[in-house]
Design a protein around this ligand. Structure first.
Ligand SMILES: NC(=O)c1ccc[n+]([C@@H]2O[C@H](COP(=O)([O-])OP(=O)(O)OC[C@H]3O[C@@H](n4cnc5c(N)ncnc54)[C@H](O)[C@@H]3O)[C@@H](O)[C@H]2O)c1
Length: 339
């Protein structure tokens, strides 16, 4: 049996504590050292995950300089991801970077170029690809039976959480919208053009309709906005091909529709393999620690990539692509402001 992966973790805020560290430590890793500029976060994270006080650090450069870590995880923020990410790559440390990997596509491309030049595996935290429902649906869409994708239609909403004081949509764009600028090309293939229309219900409540044309000729529409409650599920998408379509509802239901005949006049009407609709739902009644959101699965790929496995995963280039598409959509939406 191989030794556990020795992990250094930088950025011990809410997301690391609640979603990433609980899942990454279910893999074969040892949390060797953690880093945060907040002493409170360091102390509480260290206690919670059993990291000894001497391995709790406030200087990320000192953490990267350690010789007893095999890989690094970052959950800080866009600016820091870029700076610390470049430094980790320069030390040849395999890297998990939460999204967004940088504040701009140009910076994200620098990360991608550096990772490629040094051959360092980088996994960007686009876990939407890894949620069980999205994985099932993507595998159906990419399977030989489905054929060419014709359309994407979806919505991915949030609330005006980020705007208590300042109406600044940067956080909405970078922290929320960016996910779907990775998921959509993952499902549909390369994007040829993207544009967007905007409607501001009132300051802080922004609605975007984003329009895609894919290289294969297919079309897409994505609705995103900040005017729905976070107390409700807010994610739905559908991909259509020729006489078949896949729908994912709020990550907890997949439906695969094919081309069954009418059943009304058939005395022997039944549900037939190969033509009727297939449905998947998670089994919340079983006593198993299943993470259907995708954090456990993406971090598993990170651990495998850090050990040298070559995998199809959201790499630094995917991070740069997502940010470039996001920037095009924002520019188009800005041009759509009422004058
Ligand atoms: N994929 C998802 O579902 C998801 C959900 C939430 C957040 N995120 C991403 O995770 C990242 C962190 O988000 P969060 O909500 O945990 O934010 P947060 O503010 O709670 O955590 C960030 C942490 O980084 C620390 N930090 C900042 N600068 C540092 C430095 N120079 N050195 C060491 N530590 C430093 C902060 O002190 C803080 O504890 C963001 O990029 C966000 O987009 C992803």
């Amino acid at each position: 049996m191989s030794a556990p992966l020795r992990l250094g973790w930088i950025g011990c805020g809410t997301h690391a504590n609640e979603m990433l560290l609980p899942q990454v430590t279910r893999h074969d890793v040892v949390l060797q050292a953690i880093c945060d500029i907040s002493q409170d976060s360091l102390a509480s994270t260290g206690r919670r995950y059993g990291v000894a006080p001497e391995n709790r650090m406030s200087d990320w450069r000192a953490l990267l300089a350690r010789t007893d870590i095999d890989a690094v995880g970052l959950a800080m923020g866009p600016q820091q991801h870029h700076e610390v990410g470049l430094a980790a790559i320069a030390r040849d440390l395999p890297l998990f970077i939460e999204k967004p990997p940088a504040a701009t596509s140009r910076q994200a491309q620098e990360l991608a170029d550096a990772a490629k030049a040094r051959g360092v595996p980088v996994v960007v935290g686009f876990m939407k690809r890894y949620s069980t429902a999205n994985r099932i649906a993507a595998n159906v869409i990419h399977g030989p039976e489905f054929g060419a994708t014709a359309s994407f239609l979806g919505q991915y909403m949030t609330a005006p959480t980020y705007f208590a004081k300042d109406v600044d949509y940067t956080g909405f764009y970078l922290h929320h919208c960016v996910h779907y600028f990775d998921l959509i090309p993952h499902l549909m293939g390369e994007v040829a053009t993207v544009s967007a229309r905007r409607h501001e219900l009132e300051p802080g409540k922004l609605l975007l309709h984003v329009d895609f044309r894919f290289r294969n000729g297919g079309l897409g529409t994505l609705v995103m906005g900040t005017h729905q409650s976070r107390g409700t599920p807010m994610e739905w998408w559908q991909v259509m091909g020729d006489h078949r379509r896949v729908e994912v509802r709020n990550l907890h239901e997949v439906r695969y529709f094919r081309s069954p005949p009418f059943k009304v006049s058939r005395g022997d009407a039944t549900l037939a393999d190969g033509e009727d609709t297939l449905v998947w739902e998670p089994n919340f009644t079983v006593a198993a620690n299943e993470d259907h959101k995708g954090y456990h699965a993406i971090l598993g790929d990170f651990v495998r990539a850090a050990r040298g496995e070559k995998l199809d995963l959201p790499d630094a280039a995917a991070g740069a692509r997502a940010l470039a598409l996001l920037e095009q959509a924002i520019a188009s939406a800005e041009a759509d402001r009422p004058r």
